[in-house]
Structures are given as C-alpha cells and as structure tokens.
Design a protein around this ligand. Structure first.
Ligand SMILES: [Zn+2]
Length: 60
C-alpha cells in the first residue's frame, strides 16, 4: 500500500496516511480533526528525473 501525503487546509498540518487509494473520503486531520483535507502531490512518479533515492525502506 502506498503512502499518500495530505495537508490540512484549516491548521496547515501535514500528515501521511497509508491508503489503498488517494480517496479523501473519511479523512480527517490528526491535529485539529478538520475534514478539510487536501491531497499533496507526491514526489513519486515524476518523469524526467533519473536520480537514485537516498532513502531506503526496509520491509518489516
Ligand atoms: Zn488540521
């Protein structure tokens, strides 16, 4: 499951969620509880760049 990034438009809090899809339904800000959430554009799937990632996720 991919991690999606979201931004609360009310308090400006930035958070991530593990979701099957980028659906915003049912989402709420973990900081203020607002449902006014906006999906952030992920840095993944950007064409034109060919640099290796510095980070590495390990399975667990
Ligand atoms: Zn918030």
């Amino acid at each position: 499951m991919p991690i999606y990034e979201y931004l609360c438009t009310k308090c400006g809090s930035h958070f991530e969620k593990l979701q099957k899809s980028a659906d915003l339904s049912g989402l709420e800000c973990p900081t203020c509880g607002s449902v006014e959430i906006k999906k952030e554009f992920s840095t993944f799937s950007s064409a034109g760049s060919s640099s290796s990632a510095a980070g590495c996720f390990s399975g667990g």
